[in-house]
Design a protein around this ligand. Sequence first.
Ligand SMILES: Cc1ncc(COP(=O)(O)O)c(C=O)c1O
Length: 270
Amino acid sequence: MRAYYSPEDDELYVLALEAHAQRLLRSSRLLKMQLGKSARDIEAIILEVLRRSGFREDTYVRPVAYKASVVIKVGLTGLRDELAVYATPMGDYISTKGLSVQISGWRRTADNAIPARSKLTGSYLNAALAVDDALQAGFDDAILLTDDGHVSEGSSSNLFLVRDGVASTPGVSHDILEGITRSIVTRMLKDLGIPTVERAVDRTELYVADEVFLCGTGVQVAPVVEIDGRPVGTGTMGPVAAKLQKVYFDACRARDPRYRDLVTPVYRGV
Ligand SMILES: Cc1ncc(COP(=O)(O)O)c(C=O)c1O
């Protein structure tokens, strides 16, 4: 997750802390992990790590649940589970001005192979294969298709397209990570008067879309301006992505009262 620094408040705000803690527990359940901690406990640990780190700049926080038994074994049960949390200063992970992306030849791991729905470390091999090829070929990022050829998501982000004033995003049965930013963006688009539909998206729909953008904790809201050498819309950031970016970044730094519920202050009250 990310924490954003607000100079005017001299405060670090964690974005979607509760949602991230809950997803961590859900992902852990999928791997039969028993951390013996509630979402509230995990939130408290994360806030404590941030307080002790004392950062007054944008920060990335990574909690990792892992199998801690010292044993050589492939399996899920009968192994001790532990939680580690670390934080490091981090600015933009990828350009937010306009990305050139490639549709990857690698397919997103199917739900019955390595479930993409949850944030599992192993599934990042899939992303690494795709993004590495894209970077080698001179693109900024990769979009992965499902095994049956529908659009799934970016290598480390969810994807939205806009056509005729309606936003669409692949549904949860299209081997996506159920992104927290995706939910936030859906809420913000609604507030901007732009309806969002969850549905199957064909690859070529991306080529004819008015706008395409990626969203995720790392990528934030990142417009895609070129796909496989074809300009998206005008080939520059579109009006929906531009409006959304403004709302999103204001919300991250607690500058928009409508979205105060999304941020948790780290230092206040300590
Ligand atoms: C593969 C993948 N999809 C989607 C996302 C976006 O998820 P979130 O918005 O919860 O960060 C991520 C973020 O790390 C990701 O790695």
